[in-house]
Structure formats: C-alpha cells, structure tokens
Design a protein around this ligand. Structure first.
Ligand SMILES: O=C[C@H](O)COP(=O)(O)O
Length: 260
C-alpha cells in the first residue's frame, strides 16, 4: 500500500529481452495507459539499451517513463561496451536501475560500484532505482534485514532525495522463481528500509519510494503490494506482456482509488 503522500511507481525491467518488434508491447501499454491509470501512478519501462531510444520515441505522446538497466559511473571515456548515464539522458531516459542483483552477480558489481553508478546517474539528471535484496542463504540465516541495511548504507550515496532515488527491494531468491516472501515478511522488510532511509535522509527518506520486486504478477500484485511502505513494484518477467504489466499497474492504481 503506497505510503500517504507518495505517488506509486510501477516499473518494468525487460532485462536482456526485446527486439525492435517489441515496440508492439509499448504501443499496447500506451493505449491502455491513456484510459486513466497515469492519473494515479507513475509507470516506467526499462528495455535493453538497444531499445531505449525507440521506446522513448514510441512513448512520446504518453508520459510513461523510459529508463536504462545499468550505467557506468563516468560521463565518457575508454570503457568498451559501457553506457554513460549522460547517454541514457541524451536519448530521453529519465531513470536507471543500479545494483540489480543480476548485475551484482553477473558483473561483480559491489556496493561501492553501485554507489558510484548512482552518483553518475544523479550527475546526469537521472533518477536512480537502487536495487537491494538478500539471497536465500542470507534469509535462512535470519540475516535479511542486516544484509539489506548494509547494501543501502553502501550503495545509496549521501544526498539521496525522494526526487533522485528510489529503492527497490528484491529478494534474490524471489526473482524469476514464482516464489514470493509472505506478506508479513514484505511488511517487515519495507518497514525496516523506511526506518533506515528516514534515519539517514530525514524527510527525504520518509518520502522516498520503496518498490517490491520478485515474481510480481497480476494475480498476486494486490497481496504482495498491500503492506505499508510498498510504494509500487519492479516487475521483470510479467513486464514483457503488456496485459500482465497493465494488470499490475491497474492493481496499484486501484489501491490509490480505494484510498480515495
Ligand atoms: O527487475 C525485476 C526483478 O528482477 C523481478 O523479476 P521477476 O518479476 O521476473 O521475478
């Protein structure tokens, strides 16, 4: 349930999926979104880097945001294969994910790297969605809250505001598995993250959006997003289908409607 006064965000991360024809999905999102959902929530699609410019062009008449999935900390330079935050901004992106667990695992991105990427995103004028989350072993050992608190301390730089930063809690073991934490576990983690953010960033931390990610589907969205301090979702697999992604967005918008 989105925190009072916070505008929810439903974000889709396409990961390494999508060819130019995937613009059909964006066209479908566009037409559904025009029916009113954007009056209550923000929406974001993070396609692969090859499609960011095309996605921005396709969304040009509808304010669904487009973002990148990662960025290099630097503005330019000899970093073959990398993408600077300024390059994402240049083609019309407004957000970028930093510290997704797949980047942490596949590319060895540490909290220190994620911290630098997040500063780079801010320098370019992008909002960073900083991803954190524990592994199965860490949860089974009962260390999930301290692991996530440590990731936030190491990955989110001083100067974070509700405008330039979103935190996404994604338990690694829930990503792409169909498994989700219990509603009580989600509530406990999001409360703990809110406390960390408020303690460190004051009012800005109290207003910062905290997303849940990990096997969110239209059928479970209302349940997993129900706890306090869940201000939206970061959706992987289900964001590849326009109807599934809109089902999740509709569920979040419906919560706002129900709240009045
Ligand atoms: O960035 C998105 C997350 O990794 C969640 O992925 P999923 O919805 O496929 O579990």
């Amino acid at each position: 349930m989105p925190t009072d006064g916070i505008r929810p965000l439903v974000a889709g991360n396409w990961k390494m999926n999508g060819l130019r024809r995937s613009v059909d999905t964006i066209e479908a999102l566009k037409s559904h979104a025009q029916e009113g959902v954007l009056e209550r929530i923000d929406m974001l699609v993070c396609p692969p880097a090859t499609l960011v410019a095309l996605a921005v062009k396709t969304m040009d008449t509808v304010p669904i945001h487009i973002g990148g999935q990662t960025c290099h900390p630097a503005e330019n330079g000899a970093h073959t294969g990398d993408i600077a935050p300024e390059m994402l901004l240049d083609v019309g992106a407004s957000y970028v994910l930093t510290g997704h667990s797949e980047r942490r695992t596949d590319h060895g991105e540490t909290d220190e790297v994620v911290h630098a990427q997040t500063l780079g995103a801010w320098r370019a004028g992008l909002c960073a969605i900083v991803c954190v989350g524990e592994t199965k072993d860490e949860r089974e050992a009962g260390n999930e809250v301290s692991v996530v608190a440590g990731q936030i301390a190491g990955s989110v730089p001083d100067g974070a505001t509700a405008e330039n930063t979103v935190v996404a809690y994604e338990p690694v073991w829930a990503i792409g598995t169909g498994l989700t934490p219990t509603v009580d576990d989600i509530a406990a983690m999001h409360d703990a993250i809110r406390a960390e953010l408020t303690n460190r960033f004051g009012d800005e931390g109290a207003k910062m959006r905290i997303l849940y990610g990990g096997s969110v589907k239209p059928g479970n969205a209302a349940d997993v997003l129900a706890p306090n301090n869940v201000d939206g979702a970061l959706v992987g697999g289900a964001s590849l289908s326009a109807s599934d992604f809109m089902g999740i967005a509709d569920a979040v918008a419906g919560m706002m409607k129900a709240e009045g």
